[in-house]
Design a protein around this ligand. Structure first.
Ligand SMILES: C=C(O[C@@H]1C=C(C(=O)O)C=C[C@H]1O)C(=O)O
Length: 271
């Protein structure tokens, strides 16, 4: 049976809610809800046939994948949920270790690019388990998603919002997550994939069209997050020309900073 991965952060709820409400898991596809870092791995290993994953996962294993068009989660400047918290000013992180959350791939690449552009050479990036929270001993740590909105960061005096930093430096926005399809799954499940791509393309519109019910479900599913709808307004759920251009710009920067071997053209799914 086709397995589709969905990000279980509030930021991706406008995509996942229309797929999970009413779905009895008895049909021709099954949903798997997890943190983006886990979905990236499951998709790369072939445990999932398609998934919303980190945009960087597409770059990393692109030979195995094609992109579903019209589905993207992006920033609109300040995001609130993708930030580097630090006990010292960001400029003082030269030659220091930075902890990075296991939930992320895109935001880690964004952090590397921003530090590179600012000529700040950290000593090492150390992965920490997003389910355990930011290690107490961390001088600085990258946090994303629900953890970034709910953990106690009072020990950290400084907070650097990467969405805002990206906008300031490049006058652009970040494409964080995309819907990626495995080429081998497409051979086996063409009908299911076609159906699910359409469903995901329409999902944000469907969610916000019944905003009251959607908002109620947000509060029930994410009770720890204060003002979920205000937070969701920081994000962008459409994928048009601007997002495609922002994504291509990101690919160029990943190549410039040697996070991928070369610039390439993204391949999109068509029926
Ligand atoms: C905007 C966010 O985007 C997330 C960031 C991701 C990443 O860094 O790889 C992946 C998926 C998104 O859910 C966030 O977590 O706050």
């Amino acid at each position: 049976m086709l397995k589709i991965g969905l990000i279980n952060y509030l930021n991706a709820y406008p995509f996942s809610w229309p797929l999970i409400r009413n779905h009895k898991q008895k049909g021709k596809w099954k949903t798997v809800l997890a943190r983006p870092g886990e979905l990236n791995q499951l998709l790369a290993q072939g445990e999932l046939g398609m998934s919303l994953v980190s945009a960087f996962e597409y770059l990393r294993n692109r030979d195995q994948y094609i992109l579903a068009p019209g589905i993207a989660l992006s920033s609109k400047g300040y995001v609130d949920s993708v930030k580097l918290v630090s006990k010292v000013p960001i400029k003082k992180l030269e030659n220091k270790s930075i902890y990075t959350t296991s939930a992320s791939a895109t935001s880690i690449s964004i952090l590397k690019i921003l530090l590179g552009e600012k000529n700040i050479k950290s000593k090492a990036l150390i992965d920490y388990d997003c389910h355990q929270g930011v290690p107490k001993e961390a001088l600085a740590a990258l946090t994303i998603g629900d953890e970034a909105l709910t953990e106690d960061f009072s020990a950290f005096t400084y907070s650097w919002d990467l969405g805002a930093a990206w906008r300031e430096l490049f006058k652009r926005d970040i494409v964080f997550a995309l819907c990626v399809i495995r080429k081998d799954a497409l051979e086996i499940y063409p009908k299911e994939i076609s159906f699910l791509v359409k469903k995901l393309q329409n999902a944000p519109t469907e969610s916000f069209a019944c905003e009251e019910t959607f908002a109620k479900n947000c509060r029930q599913t994410y009770p720890e997050i204060i003002k979920p709808m205000t937070y969701l307004r920081n994000l962008h759920f459409e994928c048009g020309e601007a997002e495609i251009s922002n994504f291509n710009f990101y690919i160029e920067l990943c190549a410039k900073h040697q996070l991928i071997d070369q610039v390439f053209e993204a391949q999109y799914y068509t029926e």
